[in-house]
Design a protein. Structure first.
Length: 438
């Protein structure tokens, strides 16, 4: 089988403009067999082939290699099977999370946990170790029950959690950035659809920190958020509800998606022109919570965060027990020198994962997401945040920006696994080459 490359010009660009590249050739396959055909052609031409989704990451993880080819999953977005009896759904890797959640809801199903971005593809979030707001439910690595993958020899394989060998193989692909093969189809375990009631409270910052451990132990889903320079920490807890819920966007989605988004744009724009005013603006913006005090909705409407204005972001996963001290140090590192922080800081939670490439591998984690709307703000705030969080043994989410030496991030055993799976570096790009440097 052969597959024709696209003829039109194509530039891969991350949504925030943090990376762009023009590949020498572009493929847009529709199925697994066409992916295998593209891999075979890349082998014969001795060029690198990098799979890309919708570019919703900030790092260079999905950028095509220099003088390499690109394989886009944009046309691989179909729902292949919905099994309502056994609560399973099988889809292609290019489906957006928001579309997946909608299809599940139409069949009376839901995922027990969702990554926070509805606009990213399932395959991209699986490859980058995506998880959501739950300290009890694992990320996509636990929800996905099997994957179809095409390896560097163009061989099509099925990795299933139903047998021990397949389970280990499946877990190895979660968070591996596509370095072990191109995942084309995924089967996920769903649950009956459920509603959530979200309760959001504002605490004095230090008091809010002291409540997080209890909230994480008691609630199925938890989120924390604060603006630098604001004296408050916002905490949202979510509980299942049997009360009727709206199927549309809740008031909080509209509030954060419209009012919150516009507020962030205003703070960033004003702060660019008048940086000395940023602390005061951020303090005022911090009075707006992520949700109203109480609201209910279908689970995916609350677990998927609303669309955000274009920004840059870094995300570090820390051991859960060090979170209060880490957040205090982060806040002091920004506010002490009065850095131009123009966006809120988020905290998400994840239980211990067994997938070796996952940021939460071997330990329960709190993921701290530091954002910056302006490049100047990021150039100043991100290094300070990195320095403040480094003492707490953080692991970066590799779809986000970070300031680590890449060659220190994957242990030797993981680097060896990648090199054995792809000895010719077919799926590599510049980003992976730096991760695999000895």
């Amino acid at each position: 089988m052969t597959i024709a490359p696209e003829l039109e010009d194509f530039t891969f660009r991350t949504w925030a403009g943090t990376c762009s590249r023009v590949p020498d050739r572009l493929y847009r396959p529709r199925n697994t067999e066409e992916v295998a055909a593209a891999i075979t052609e890349a082998q014969q031409a001795e060029v690198r082939l990098r799979v890309t989704g919708l570019g919703r990451a900030w790092s260079e993880a999905a950028c095509p290699a220099e003088r390499g080819w690109s394989l886009s999953t944009a046309r691989m977005n179909r729902v292949l099977e919905v099994d309502r009896t056994h609560h399973r759904i099988r889809v292609q890797a290019g489906i957006r999370i928001e579309d997946l959640a909608l299809v599940l809801a139409q069949h009376g199903l839901a995922l027990p946990n969702l990554p926070t971005s509805g606009e990213a593809t399932l395959g991209g979030l699986f490859a980058s170790g995506g998880h959501g707001l739950s300290p009890q439910h694992g990320g996509l690595g636990t929800t996905v029950r099997s994957v179809q993958v095409v390896d560097a020899s163009a061989r099509i394989r099925e990795c299933s959690a139903d047998d021990p060998e397949g389970r280990a193989d499946l877990h190895s692909h979660f968070g591996a950035l596509g370095a072990l093969g191109i995942v084309t189809e995924l089967s996920l375990a769903a649950v009956p659809a459920f509603g959530l009631e979200a309760r959001t409270r504002r605490f004095p910052f230090e008091v809010g920190l002291s409540t997080l451990a209890d909230a994480v132990s008691r609630f199925e889903y938890v989120r924390a958020m604060f603006w630098p320079y604001a004296p408050h920490l916002w905490r949202t807890t979510y509980e299942r509800t049997t009360a009727p819920v709206r199927t549309g966007a809740p008031a909080g989605w509209i509030r954060t998606g419209l009012v919150g988004r516009d507020l962030r744009r205003l703070v960033a724009a004003w702060g660019t022109s008048f940086p000395e005013q940023l602390p005061r603006l951020a303090s005022l913006a911090g009075r707006v919570g992520p949700l109203p005090p109480r609201c209910g909705a279908r689970s995916d409407r609350l677990l998927l965060l609303p669309p955000e204005p274009i920004h840059r972001a870094m995300a570090y996963a820390l051991p859960l027990e060090v979170l209060p001290e880490a957040l205090s140090r982060l806040r002091a590192a920004i506010e002490g020198p009065r850095l131009p922080a123009d966006a809120p800081v988020d905290v998400w939670f994840s239980p211990q994962e067994s997938a070796p490439f996952a940021p939460a591998f071997g330990r329960a984690t709190a993921t701290i997401v530091v954002r910056a709307s302006g490049a100047l703000a990021g150039d100043v705030v991100f290094p300070a945040a990195h320095a403040a969080l480094t003492p707490f043994a953080p692991r970066p989410h590799l779809g986000f920006l970070h300031a680590f030496d890449p060659s220190t991030l994957w242990p030797e055993a993981l680097r060896t696994r990648v090199l054995e799976a792809d000895p010719q570096h077919l799926f590599h790009n510049d980003f992976l080459e730096r991760l695999l440097a000895a």
